[in-house]
Design a protein around this ligand. Sequence first.
Ligand SMILES: Cc1ncc(COP(=O)(O)O)c(C=O)c1O
Length: 447
Amino acid sequence: MWTTDLTLDTVVRLLSENEASARQTLSMVPSETSMSGLAKLPMLLDPYHRYFFNEDDDPDRWHFRGAQRLRDLEMELTVPLLRELGRASYASVRPLSGLNGMTLVLAALGGDPGSTVVTIAPELGGHYATPKVAGRLGLRVEYLRGPDPHTLDLAHAAELLARTRPSLVYVDQSHCLFPVDVKALVDTVRAASPGTLVHVDASHWLGLVLGGAFPNPLDQGADSWGGSTHKTFPGPQKAVVLTRDPAVEQLIRDTQDFLISNHHFAATIGLGIALLEFRDFGPDYTRAVLEHTRRFGRLLTERGLTLAAADRGHSAGHQLWLDTEADGIPAKTAAARLSAASLKVNFMSGLPGFTGQGVRIGLNEATYEGLSGDDIDELADVFVAAVRDTEPPALLAERTAALRRRTPYGARATEGSPLLAAALELCEGALRRTGTAAERILTEAAR
Ligand SMILES: Cc1ncc(COP(=O)(O)O)c(C=O)c1O
């Protein structure tokens, strides 16, 4: 069919049904998290349509004027907060996603075609796209390997680095239960191949680093770091690159100039709002993510499921990997049963150490949505009953929906607040395409 029968009414109805269902569902996909309504607000408004390039507010460079009034929301909100929480002198907010950020960094720091880039082997959880992107840029790829799926072999790394003298070590843990010891790796790089840059793509860990639960890669000696802003950081679907090194900053600036034009200005403002909220709750939230993940791993094991890395406490971060096939249940079946109980998870091949498919989960979004204390035990009960198919899915889905009625972190646009009233006015104005009274509401509330 070359056309569609869907009408606008149907589209809005489908969106509405999905919204109702999402409010009753818990996403345990580790690479996603929700964010606050306020952080989404700019995406409904005029900045969503605007380009922004004039970071320095140079009067001669306002070739695109639409972003002019809101320049400070990027340059005096998002960027300084990223510098503060990311402990960097320079923050690029131009990448559109983790993969776009990866392309930028490989293009900027990977050297001329023919140079070598060292990255994490897929069997240790390296991202599937890194070697493909590097290859398309004309870079040669070598892998860091290890004695097991969670540990780097630093002696092998030293030998590889001395032999290949790479332009860049790109640390791209994606399927990851334990973070790489960046300091030990950087020390190895500096000794074996001085001049090689180290970039840490912490897409999965970004929130955990910004919240202080994981060490900052720059403090551990890396030249730059960054990653997606929507996995363990409850922000918009974008990515960032951070550094303290002026030479690295210049390479990133020069490359992003031609690689990224529209950087989604409204999402960048949303990122600033998310960072402002996160600055207050980030340390609490990230501590809770780690605690909930360890506890959930223990609870699932006690209830008889098989998890990876049992000898190491299952996980140091937000991910857990289940080998349901070892328990006689195909991963795809387990994921479908969980979905019927309104718990969304990944099932996938290629998890390090797995021969068949596994189930990958994360406690990041459940924690952000406010689950804590006994909720984690109840979630484990629902989860295991769903995987084992021991209770009717509809009853389990009701228990999941009850768990969804918690207060998320950072909920500031509370019922009755002027902030909520103003935000609702802005939403209405965007839909009606009229002016709004939002400014008056906030001015009167401030009196
Ligand atoms: C290390 C790493 N880099 C890049 C990406 C891609 O991120 P995005 O999906 O935001 O493009 C991921 C996603 O899992 C990742 O883990």
